[in-house]
Design a protein around this ligand. Structure first.
Ligand SMILES: NC(=O)c1ccc[n+]([C@@H]2O[C@H](COP(=O)([O-])OP(=O)(O)OC[C@H]3O[C@@H](n4cnc5c(N)ncnc54)[C@H](O)[C@@H]3O)[C@@H](O)[C@H]2O)c1
Ligand SMILES: [Zn+2]
Length: 353
């Protein structure tokens, strides 16, 4: 369900699904707002509702927090007739989804994403998981939500930088699979930036539709189709690791990664300079960076290459890239000349301010 007020019909659906007990797992930042609305809607149906809050931030996607939530569920006690409702951004969605996937071998989970990143990306598709010291998202499960409510009203309180970070994923969808969405964003950037409810509902429903379609065709990331969603993420993930998680928001790193991929696409004769420019202008219009912040620890290019080779999506150590051939069309390739790659990385990672 997408649009202003979508929490309301979702709670009706959850209540009708026959749970004896419901557990709302919420980011503490939205506990008093959206999570309280969800709990109130569920209580109206007469069910037992418990709310468990999770501290804000990536560090909560941890084994320790997972165990804490498992123990809290066991203490209720939760059983297979318990439904979990995750309310928050991607951190809580991934964590609560993983807890739901694993507790008593699986509880039904519903997602109420409250960041733009979560509404257009993480709440859809069933990837759940937590981080280890050795890397992000190293432990997890595919666990599809029963239902998802992307309520645009919940985005009103989102800090500007978080909102813009989500727009990087939105631009990504346009570049990889939806030329009309891309053109629409160029024409309506102002309404998007002021979070006009109709504009947000349009954008989020387009993105949800694309993500759901891709995931339906390649749920477990086997055919390569789902990999197109990682456009901009090869360099983006490396940059997040190099800058230290948290220094750059995910969407900011992805925007820089898209700028890098665009140059690789142009440099290999796949994409026109005009369209590269259109992509980069739209990212800049949304206040997103195209080059890394200064001060990354040297040797940056070598370190980035090493992180990229370790990426769990690289195949036999060869880095795979998603490169555009036109706005709305991409291809997967591991055939990128290493001198071109190094030159692009140098430009993007070692920007001179
Ligand atoms: N499962 C997937 O397919 C998938 C896809 C993309 C990203 N992710 C994961 O998602 C996470 C990033 O998600 P995110 O960007 O939503 O970050 P997040 O969950 O950390 O939320 C960002 C910040 O916004 C706050 N917040 C959330 N909702 C708010 C609201 N409505 N008003 C005010 N503040 C609010 C949070 O407390 C947090 O400080 C990463 O861990 C990433 O790995 C998963
Ligand atoms: Zn992403």
């Amino acid at each position: 369900m997408v649009g202003p007020g979508a929490i309301q019909p979702l709670t009706t659906r959850i209540a009708a699904a026959g749970a004896r007990r419901m557990v709302v797992i919420a980011d503490v930042a939205v506990a008093a707002g959206p999570a309280a609305s969800v709990a109130a809607g569920l209580e109206a149906s007469g069910a037992a509702v418990t709310t468990l809050t999770v501290p804000s931030g990536e560090r909560s996607k941890s084994a320790a927090e997972t165990v804490r939530l498992w123990e809290a569920l066991a203490a209720l006690p939760a059983d297979r007739a318990t439904h979990v409702v995750a309310v928050g951004g991607g951190v809580v969605g991934d964590l609560a989804g993983f807890v739901a996937a694993t507790f008593v071998r699986g509880l039904p989970v519903w997602q109420v994403p409250t960041t733009l990143v979560a509404q257009v990306d993480s709440a859809i598709g069933g990837k759940t998981g937590i981080n280890l010291a050795a890397g992000k998202n190293l432990v997890g499960a595919f666990w599809q939500p029963v239902g998802v409510a992307c309520d645009s009203d919940t985005l009103a309180s989102l800090p500007d930088r978080e909102f813009r970070s989500g727009l990087a994923e939105v631009v990504k969808y346009g570049v990889i699979l939806d030329a009309p969405l891309f053109s629409w964003l160029e024409a309506h950037a102002a309404e998007v930036l002021t979070r006009d409810p109709a504009a947000l509902a349009h954008v989020v429903s387009r993105c949800v539709d694309i993500k759901a379609r891709v995931v339906e065709e390649d749920e477990h990331e086997r055919t390569g189709l789902r990999a197109v969603l990682n456009y901009g993420h090869t360099v983006g993930h490396a940059l997040e690791a190099l800058a230290g998680y948290g220094a750059l928001l995910h969407g900011e790193a992805v925007a820089i990664g898209m700028a890098a991929a665009a140059r690789l696409a142009a440099g290999t004769g796949r994409w026109t300079v005009d369209e590269v420019q259109r992509q980069n202008s739209l990212l800049a219009r949304f206040g997103l960076p195209l080059t890394a912040p200064p001060g990354l620890e040297e040797p940056v290019v070598e370190r980035a290459l090493a992180v990229m080779a370790r990426d769990k999506k690289s195949l036999h150590g060869r880095v795979r890239f998603i490169l555009p051939t036109a706005i709305g069309r991409v291809e997967l390739t591991d055939d990128v000349d290493s001198s071109l790659l190094e030159a692009v990385l140098r430009d993007v990672l070692l920007s001179v301010a």
